[in-house]
Design a binder for this molecule. Structure first.
Ligand code: ADP
Ligand code: MG
Length: 711
């Protein structure tokens, strides 16, 4: 410990002050006591003089009066001389009325006690007044003695006080002052950043701690607390520094004058500086917006900082720009915090971060959200457990369900009977394997209509690899599938048509030859012979085959013949009238529901007639013995007219519906049905640019609808 470097100022001034006060006090007491002593001495002296003067009356007056009576000068003078030899008596005189009298001693001084006694003499019993004896005692002697005594007392007391005080000073120096000096030096040299040995005084340890021990303990406690506080502060500072230099957020500080006081590494990097010294003392504007970058938000940032300092509150903004080293602009988010010390603002700390990536992501997010929102595709997002959390308007449009109706539910409610019951299980298994599921889903809309979706379902994973969401993106392919079905159907029929036509062509000529041969042979037999009947049957079968071949030829050549414009209703009425007998014989009631407006079509008349005849005959043949109702109705749909022929017959079974337009498909007895009526009709109608469709409820009704273009 460097106690030697420290000197108590004035070398023990406390002791001296103490001693000086003790000296003054003891002097005062000495003076007071001396004064009291003198006063008492003075009183005793004066009393001594007075008692002497009183004793003169008793002892000296008679002999002096006798000497004066006999006028014995010598004796009187001797007696007076005897009086003035007494202490303090300076003058004695006998004064007589008629003479000069006698006197001895010096004249009476100013401060004196004078006594006068009458001198009586008894002569023959007669009292004679001879004169007066005057005696004067000087007080100068009394004063002189007092003065001497004062000197002695003062000297003695002075020596005593000096010795006592000197001793006290030494003791005080030894017991207190040197320790105080030591403590002062210890405190002066105290360094809180180091662990130092505690303060110890150089004195024997006393059993009961005195005030100095208390002070030493206090200082040592303070030293320990100071070091602990320093360590805590150092740790905090290290942590702060670590944060300060490692954070990606740029931080700089400004003083009340708006000049930079510090900047961290991230800040220097963003501002394009290598060393903190390049930015210190720079004004905010020139810091964030160098002169080479005009028109930035430097001034705005400066005013934000000052607003924070003035208002003593934090200020933030996400719309500021910073000039980059290459002259471009960097969008930043800015936060300013005022630095308050003892309730007063001392400056501000500015935090800012590059938010270009954030803005890009935000933009991307908005774009994605818009794409998903506006996409015609159905997008369904569900949580990991499959509960729907989001559906886009595309989904709402396709399914008819509003978002509020489906959020929180599982997508099974869209499930359709047609759907494979194990499909959802397979989808889940695929997703669980971490694969994407692709395929077709058949679901039902809110109104019950069936629709088909081409769907991709994929799992969305979080950063920890766990599935957080499932996303199903689907395209409605219902119409597409319908069209494809129709196309397939048309292609099939076309192929079959070509095949049948070529068969008809190939079979037609040989059949003609066979028929001629059969007719020729027939004529060679008599009419009632067995051979004739057999040949006749063969000829009729040939005719039937000829008719079938003609039908087959029609099948794929509907456009032959001349198209003309004629009224549709007239043709229908004509056909119905012609087949009245057929209908009546089968107990069939006929209903006509024609549209009110006149309808003209452009068609090959006999072909169109054949179509309606086919349909009418099929309808009639579908009725049982108890009959039924056939309804013929027409309806204009835009540029087309639809003719529906419905019956209340046996209906068509679902598995047959797809096949009724195929050639040779018949459910009738071999002699009754050829299975060519519907395919031929189909060929004719499509050849006219129209279409035939059928719907049927087995056991209840069947409706064939022919659409044809209006003329
Ligand atoms: P065909 O009448 O010679 O059997 P089509 O081509 O005219 O041949 O008809 C094919 C098949 O379609 C019929 O055998 C019948 O099963 C079915 N069909 C056609 N029209 C009807 C109808 N109106 N009601 C019930 N079934 C019908
Ligand atoms: Mg038929």
């Amino acid at each position: 410990m460097k106690t030697s470097s420290f000197r108590f100022p004035g070398g023990g001034r406390t002791g001296r002050k103490l001693i000086w006060r003790v000296f003054l006090f003891s002097s005062l007491i000495t003076l007071l006591l001396t004064a009291l002593q003198l006063y008492l001495d003075f009183r005793a002296d004066v009393a001594g003089i007075n008692s002497f003067l009183e004793s003169i009356q008793r002892t000296d007056l008679r002999p002096i009066a006798q000497s004066v009576w006999i006028l014995d000068d010598v004796q009187v003078n001797l007696q007076l001389e005897g009086l003035i030899h007494r202490q303090d008596i300076v003058y004695a005189a006998v004064e007589v009325e008629d003479g000069p009298g006698w006197h001895r001693g010096s004249p009476i001084p100013r401060r004196a006690i004078t006594a006068t006694f009458p001198l009586h003499y008894e002569h023959h019993g007669k009292d004679e007044l001879l004169g007066r004896l005057r005696v004067a005692a000087s007080l100068e002697g009394v004063y002189g003695r007092l003065l001497r005594r004062v000197k002695v007392i003062l000297l003695a007391n002075g020596i005593k006080t000096f010795l006592v005080i000197g001793f006290a000073l030494l003791i005080f120096q030894y017991m207190v002052t040197r320790h105080l000096v030591h403590m002062a030096a210890f405190v002066q040299d105290l360094e809180v950043h180091r662990q130092q040995p505690p303060l110890r005084l150089d004195r024997p340890s006393s059993r009961a701690p005195d005030e100095l021990d208390l002070v030493v303990n206090g200082i040592n406690h303070m030293r320990q607390r100071g070091y602990q506080t320093f360590c805590a502060l150092r740790e905090r500072e290290q942590r702060l520094r670590l944060f300060f230099d490692s954070t990606e957020e740029a931080i700089f500080g400004v003083g009340l004058d708006g000049r930079c006081t510090f900047a961290n590494q991230a800040c220097l990097r963003l501002l394009g500086h290598a060393d903190q010294r390049e930015v210190l003392e720079k004004d905010i504007v020139s810091l964030v917006q160098p002169p080479s970058c005009p028109g930035g938000s430097g001034r705005r940032i400066r005013s934000l900082v000052f607003a924070a300092m003035r208002g003593e509150r934090s200020v933030s903004s996400d719309e500021e720009k910073l000039c980059r080293g290459d002259g471009g602009w960097l969008p930043i988010a800015l936060r300013v915090y005022p630095v308050l010390e003892c309730g007063r603002c001392r400056g501000a700390v500015v935090f800012f971060a590059d938010i270009s990536e954030q803005q890009r992501l935000q933009h991307e997010k908005h774009l994605l959200a818009r794409v998903v929102h506006q996409s015609p595709l159905s997008v369904v997002i569900s949580d990991a457990r499959g509960k729907i959390t989001y559906v886009n308007p595309g989904f709402e449009k396709i399914t008819g369900y509003g978002a509020d109706e489906v959020v929180g539910r599982r997508p099974f409610f869209l499930h359709n009977d047609l759907l494979d019951p194990h499909q959802y299980r397979r989808i889940r298994a695929t997703l669980r394997r971490g694969e994407q599921w692709r395929g077709r889903l058949t679901n039902t809309t809110r109104s019950g209509a069936v629709f088909n979706l081409d769907t991709v379902i994929s799992a969305v994973r979080g950063t920890d690899g766990r599935v957080t969401n499932l996303v199903a993106v689907s395209r409605d392919i219902t119409r597409e599938m319908e069209l494809q079905d129709q196309l397939h159907h048309a292609q099939k029929l076309e192929a079959i048509g070509k095949l049948s036509a070529s068969i008809a062509h190939e079979f037609g000529n040989p059949l003609l030859g066979v028929r001629f041969a059969v007719r020729d042979i027939k004529t060679r037999f008599t009419r009632d012979s067995e051979e004739y009947r057999m040949m006749d049957l063969a000829e009729r079968e040939c005719d039937r085959m000829k008719k079938m071949i003609r039908d087959l030829q029609h099948f794929n050549r509907p456009t032959t013949g001349v198209r003309a414009r004629f009224p549709l209703h007239d043709i229908l009425d004509d056909i119905l009238l012609f087949h009245r007998r057929f209908l009546v014989s089968r107990r069939i009631r006929l209903l006509k529901r024609y549209t009110g407006e006149p309808v003209y079509i452009l068609a090959v008349e006999d072909q169109i007639r054949q179509v309606f005849v086919n349909l009418l005959l099929n309808a009639g043949e579908a009725m049982g013995r108890e009959g039924g109702t056939i309804t013929v109705s027409t309806e204009v749909r835009g540029k087309m007219v639809a003719v529906s022929i419905g019956d209340t017959g046996v209906g068509i079974r679902a598995e047959h519906l797809d096949h009724v337009f195929e050639p040779f498909f018949t459910t009738k007895l071999e002699v009754e049905g050829t299975g060519l009526g519907l395919p031929v009709s189909y060929g004719i109608v499509t050849g006219h640019g129209g279409d035939i469709t059928v719907r049927s409820i087995p056991g209840r009704e069947t409706v064939f609808t022919v659409t044809l273009p209006l003329a």
